[in-house]
Design a protein around this ligand. Structure first.
Ligand SMILES: Cc1cc2nc3c(=O)[nH]c(=O)nc-3n(C[C@H](O)[C@H](O)[C@H](O)COP(=O)(O)OP(=O)(O)OC[C@H]3O[C@@H](n4cnc5c(N)ncnc54)[C@H](O)[C@@H]3O)c2cc1C
Length: 389
């Protein structure tokens, strides 16, 4: 087992190397993509080539065999450098479902190809237009017919579907009326989007307030080979929950990166901008919101590190992963607001990038899980209060 010192050194090395890679993708790169709502193909390729997208894939399948703590360092650094890992972060945590619940044949087929960058597993198909946060109510059906599942239904907000070869799809294999518990009867399928294209699958991009390559996906009788089922039929909800902690910790790490980026930019500007014959940063009215946001980012970073450490040592971490996501998303949003305020009018100018990152970090109050749902989780599962939903 690596000592604390070894871990610290590994994290410093990773941070330095990722920072170096990100310097090749400056503000102007992200700004231009944002203006055209274009996918950061060159950035994703560079991150994949350098092996970072395979951080969590075990060495026996060609990956780096590192933990969520290391993946968090990588994603945080991308965001701290002004970039946005939302274009590719899902591969890191979706892959975990295949790793933990897939058969040996599925792992051998997919993981080495994902690690090499020959296959992209970037799309995660959970959300639906009429079910909202209540995943057990999803309407997409996968009906078994011989050697195939026939998938019918609609997903929404499925990010990166146009840029992924595979989608981890959650669908109902047993109708809700026929199960004892509403969490039963859901299954996870690994859908090959290349095969499904033109055979009942339609992907429609949704234009959002930030550059996020998200889509609506329609399944009109898409035939998926039965051997694409991950784990046991009907147990998909359990597999889904089990992957959510990693997702929450990693997105929280991105929020920490955003928070640090906002504060670095805001402090730099506050020292340079002179109004009433002195730097604006000399006024406590400008300093205090930045100092408070800094304290909150650093506190949230400790919770992210704590949750990652629990996750990597296979201990229960649902509460910590949820709290990390809540605190980090709040801290990045607070930092974003403070950065806009510090920049005054220039906070709204595209060339300063504050407004772009402000739009980007706002997402994390809502996705992948909304703040209210995290508070409801803490109230029920940590504080023992009655279930409120
Ligand atoms: C840009 C973007 C990318 C996304 N990418 C993906 C993706 O790749 N794959 C995927 O499957 N999904 C994705 N999502 C979906 C995302 O996970 C959901 O938007 C999110 O979980 C919230 O669900 P909802 O939008 O249906 O909101 P709803 O569930 O309709 O909730 C709306 C509001 O009501 C509140 N609310 C609902 N119920 C309660 C309650 N009981 N108590 C208190 N408040 C409540 C919520 O907190 C929220 O503020 C993405 C969303 C966006 C915007």
């Amino acid at each position: 087992m690596a000592s604390v010192r070894d871990k610290f050194e590994l994290h410093q090395q990773l941070k330095g190397a990722v920072g170096e890679l990100c310097r090749g993708f400056p503000d102007s790169y992200w700004r231009d993509l944002d203006a055209g709502r274009a996918y950061p193909e060159a950035f994703v390729k560079a991150l994949t080539r350098a092996g970072y997208m395979a951080t969590l894939i075990p060495e026996e399948y060609g990956g780096a065999g590192l933990g969520v703590a290391e993946a968090a360092v990588i994603l945080e650094e991308v965001h701290r450098s002004g970039g946005n890992a939302a274009a590719c972060h899902a591969q890191m945590y979706i892959m975990g479902t295949v790793l933990r619940h897939g058969s040996e044949a599925q792992k051998k087929k997919y993981l080495p190809a994902i690690a090499r960058g020959d296959l992209r597993l970037q799309a995660f198909g959970v959300s639906e237009p009429t079910t909202g946060s209540d995943t057990t109510q999803i309407k997409t059906i996968a009906a078994r017919r011989g050697d195939t599942y026939v998938v019918k239904g609609q997903k929404i907000w499925i990010s990166r579907a146009e840029h992924s070869d595979l989608m981890l799809l959650i669908a109902r294999t047993t109708p809700l009326e026929q199960v004892k518990k509403r969490t039963e009867g859901l299954s996870v399928l690994l859908v090959d989007l290349r095969q499904a294209a033109g055979h009942g699958l339609t992907i429609r991009p949704i234009r959002t307030m930030m550059n996020h390559a998200t889509t609506e996906v329609f399944f009109d009788g898409v035939e998926v080979p039965a051997d694409s089922l991950i784990g046991e039929e009907g147990q998909g909800f359990r597999y889904l929950l089990d992957g959510l902690n990693a997702e929450r910790i990693l997105i929280a790490a991105e929020c920490i990166g955003d928070g640090r980026w906002f504060l670095e930019r805001a402090c730099r500007y506050a020292k340079e901008r002179v109004v009433f014959s002195r730097p604006i940063g000399q006024n406590q009215g400008v300093q205090f919101p930045l100092a408070r946001a800094y304290a909150n980012v650093e506190a949230a970073a400790l919770m992210v590190a704590h949750a990652a450490q629990l996750f990597d040592s296979h201990q229960p971490c649902g509460a910590q992963a949820n709290m990390a996501k809540l605190l980090a998303a709040d801290a990045s949003w607070e930092s974003a607001n403070a950065a806009v305020q510090t920049h005054g009018g220039f906070g709204f100018a595209e060339e300063y990038d504050i407004e772009r990152k402000f739009r980007e970090t706002r997402l994390y109050q809502v996705a992948p899980v909304s703040t209210n749902l995290i508070l409801a989780y803490i109230a029920e599962h940590v504080l023992g209060l009655p279930r409120s939903y």
